[in-house]
Ligand binder design. Structure first.
Ligand SMILES: O=C(O)CCC(=O)CC(=O)O
Length: 259
C-alpha cells in the first residue's frame, strides 16, 4: 500500500533537531501534549502526527501493516526535509519505531520505545477487537481502554482527564482503529530486534496491564543491542500522559545524548 499524508502538528524552532512522536492505538497526537513545552523550550523541533486511521489523518480501508505505518513516517520526514529524526513511540507508536529501526535506521537519530511490545498476542484478541469496533464503533472499547491507560489512583484523582481520554478514543474512526488492531494481530518484530542498530531506550510503566515490563519491555531491551530498560513507577499503559515528568526526563536524556 502506498503511504498516506498523515496529519501533523509541528512546533519549536525550525532549525532544531527533529523529534517525531507516534501514538498508541485509540489516541492521536494530543496524547503527547505534556512533552511539547519541555522539548520546544530546549530547542527541539517537535513533530506530533496522527497515525493513519486516527485523528485527522486519512482512513484507508484496513487491514494495514507495520510497513504501511512506517512508510507514512518516512513520507512525513521527506515532507519536512528531515534527513534524520529522533523517534519516540508509545505502544503502536513504539511498534512503528521498531519497524523503522529495522528497515530505515539511516533516518533515525535515536529511538525511545514506551510501553510497547515486539509481539503482543493473542492474535484472536486483536481480530475480535477489530470486529467489535467495526460492528459497534470505538465507543464500545473506550472505557476498557482508558481503564488500562491510567492507574485506578490517577483515575480517581483526575476524572476530567479520564473523560478527555475516553472522548479521544470515542472520536477515532472505527475503520482506522480496526485496521490498526489488524497491524498488531499480524505483527511479530522479535526477529527484527537484533537488527536495530539505532541508540535505543525502552521505557515501561510499572503498572501497565497491557504491555508489562516483564516480559514485553525486557524482551525488547534484551533484543536490541546496547539498549536498556527503565521502569517508571505509578504508570499504566499511557505512561507518558500519567507520569509526564519522569517520561519526559528520560526522553530528554535519550535525545540529548545523540545530538
Ligand atoms: O496501545 C496500543 O497502541 C496497543 C496496545 C493496546 O491497545 C493495549 C490496550 O488495549 O490497552
Amino acid at each position: 500500500m502506498s503511504s498516506v499524508r498523515v496529519h501533523r502538528v509541528v512546533e519549536g524552532p525550525e532549525a532544531g533537531p527533529v523529534v517525531v512522536f507516534s501514538s498508541s492505538i485509540g489516541s492521536d497526537h494530543r496524547m503527547w501534549e505534556p512533552q511539547v513545552a519541555p522539548l520546544t523550550e530546549r530547542g527541539f523541533r517537535v513533530v506530533r502526527y496522527d497515525t493513519r486511521g486516527h485523528g485527522a489523518s486519512p482512513v484507508p480501508p484496513g487491514p494495514y501493516d507495520l510497513a504501511d505505518l512506517g512508510g507514512d513516517v518516512l513520507g512525513l520526514l521527506d515532507d519536512l526535509g528531515a534527513e534524520r529524526a529522533h523517534f519516540v513511540g508509545l505502544s503502536l507508536g513504539g511498534m512503528t519505531g521498531m519497524w523503522l529501526g529495522a528497515h530505515a535506521a539511516d533516518r533515525l537519530a535515536s529511538l525511545t520505545l514506551c510501553c510497547t511490545s515486539a509481539l503482543l498476542g493473542p492474535p484472536e484478541m486483536w481480530a475480535d477487537r477489530a470486529r467489535t469496533v467495526r460492528a459497534e464503533g470505538t465507543g464500545a472499547v473506550a472505557e476498557a481502554s482508558v481503564g488500562r491507560w491510567v492507574t485506578p489512583g490517577y483515575a480517581q484523582a483526575h476524572p476530567d482527564q479520564v473523560a478527555y481520554l475516553r472522548e479521544m478514543v470515542e472520536s477515532q474512526p472505527d475503520e482506522g482503529y480496526a485496521g490498526c488492531c489488524e497491524v498488531i494481530e499480524r505483527m511479530d518484530l522479535t526477529g527484527d530486534l537484533p537488527k536495530i542498530s539505532v541508540p535505543t531506550l525502552v521505557i515501561a510503566g510499572a503498572d501497565d496491564p497491557s504491555t508489562p515490563a516483564d516480559p514485553h519491555g525486557q524482551a525488547i531491551a534484551d533484543g536490541i543491542p546496547g539498549s536498556r530498560l527503565e521502569v517508571v513507577a505509578s504508570a499504566a499503559h499511557l505512561g507518558s500522559y500519567e507520569q509526564p515528568e519522569e517520561f519526559t526526563r528520560l526522553i530528554l536524556e535519550r535525545i540529548t545524548e545523540e545530538q
